[in-house]
Design a protein around this ligand. Sequence first.
Ligand SMILES: Cc1cc2nc3c(=O)[nH]c(=O)nc-3n(C[C@H](O)[C@H](O)[C@H](O)COP(=O)(O)OP(=O)(O)OC[C@H]3O[C@@H](n4cnc5c(N)ncnc54)[C@H](O)[C@@H]3O)c2cc1C
Length: 498
Amino acid sequence: MIGKKLFVLVAILTFVMAGQAPVVAETTSTDVVVVGAGAAGLAAAVTAAEGGAKVVLLEKMPTVGGTTNFAEGVFAVESRLQREKNIACSRDDLFKYLMEYTHWRANARLARAFIDKSAETIEWLEDRGVVFKEPAANYPGGLMTWHIVEGRGKSLAQALYDRAREKGVTVMLRTAGKELIKDDDGRISGIIAEGAGGKKIKIDSRVVIIATGGYINNKEMLDKYTAFGRDIIPVGNVGKNGEGILMAWAAGADEFGTEVLQLYRPGIPGEGPESHLNAPARQPYLWVNKLGDRFCDESIIFSWPFAGNALANQPGRVMYVIIDENTKKYMIEKGIDVGVGVMVPVATKLTNLESDIKRGLDKGFVFAASSIGELAEKIGAPPARLQATVEEYNKMADQNKDTLFAKDPKYLQPVRTADFYAFKAVPFALGTLGGIKINHKTEVLDKGQEAIPGLYAVGNDAGGMYGDSYDVVLAGSTLGFAVNSGRIAGENALEYLK
Ligand SMILES: Cc1cc2nc3c(=O)[nH]c(=O)nc-3n(C[C@H](O)[C@H](O)[C@H](O)COP(=O)(O)OP(=O)(O)OC[C@H]3O[C@@H](n4cnc5c(N)ncnc54)[C@H](O)[C@@H]3O)c2cc1C
């Protein structure tokens, strides 16, 4: 008891020393605190509340849903919806696939727990008002594991939020979880939160579930942990400063998978989902780095984390998509080969491309020239090197065979007819996917690999589902992991509270 008081005192002194409000203005108590109201936190809160626990859900933003609001579909295998559509894929096959893809660096028991629970989770969500369309694949010929949500992630978050309220969860918006409190025995005993105007609130609780959605908006952490550093452009994330991860580490949690990014297609920053300018920058035509060298089979854009990985190794982490006038006309008259989201699907005719190119020239993301040499100078590549790359590429196009990277020859568009264009593309990410080491029960592990009693981490804050990079073959796996890990944490928290 004395130790507990001492801990709170130390926490208060820490705030004083950090120049923040010195006093805890309010103290309250509950059974479970969930930090973050995205899919992971909402699923955890609903599960714990349905099991009879008193739950407080903290969300630092004015509304719930986080990045979940932008997502489209949830991973599941052997679901009722798949069976109805005669879609063949098995839990065992996908488990083996995932483990082999990650070279068994993923946490096998966690991966298995997620995969095994995924089908039942679709029905769990349906029972709580989520409506699914058909299962889909994320790219042509891919596995149909992506259970598309009617109304996207926003409606999933809303359904779980409504259910949480119905089951009596206290939702505290504009209130951020800041610091964990442990008792003398190393058990979690509560959390310090910060409400509007910096008001400090101490919440006594035997369980804290961390679900703050990762750290993609924290530039210092990006520099420290990832291949791209602060060059990466976050999509659909606001205020993901890694607070949950830092809080858990400060309470003794071990680190795992912090470097893993959910890389997205490289592209042009500041373009909305309806923009036609991003489409040329994401087509599988000739890609070069700033030295004028080709560096990958460009059709890896279909499996977009691969494109991000290939770009990570390039100087300055930029690439240029090089096309000629004929390919420009092809995209305007026949349409694009790779869709870029729901608003610009495959085969969209880029009817705005001429005016978009002008905008891109002004933005410094499109370069136009009447010769390859001039184009090279504009993008800062050695002219002879880019010329050699283009000549080699044109030869492969004539032979209908990519002798360098074995790309499907239908994407070998020659670069021969002036004018020539370069679309500069930079790395994007949908989030970070790790940081806190957990076990298959989502219990947070300390550096001695023992569970910290009462502490759980879920969704994008938890490490262990991926090797070194996200994989889109198991389409919907990050939102799927968020919901499933949230449920697993809620269930185990209920057991712990017994
Ligand atoms: C455009 C886009 C499309 C996507 N599409 C898909 C898809 O179709 N399928 C798929 O599997 N994945 C998809 N993803 C990824 C998926 O959305 C995420 O992996 C998933 O939503 C993560 O859920 P989460 O609960 O961990 O985090 P979030 O949904 O981001 O929730 C975290 C919450 O915690 C809050 N928070 C942060 N810090 C604190 C704090 N200190 N105190 C209190 N609250 C805090 C945040 O404000 C946020 O509300 C997509 C991502 C984007 C950006």
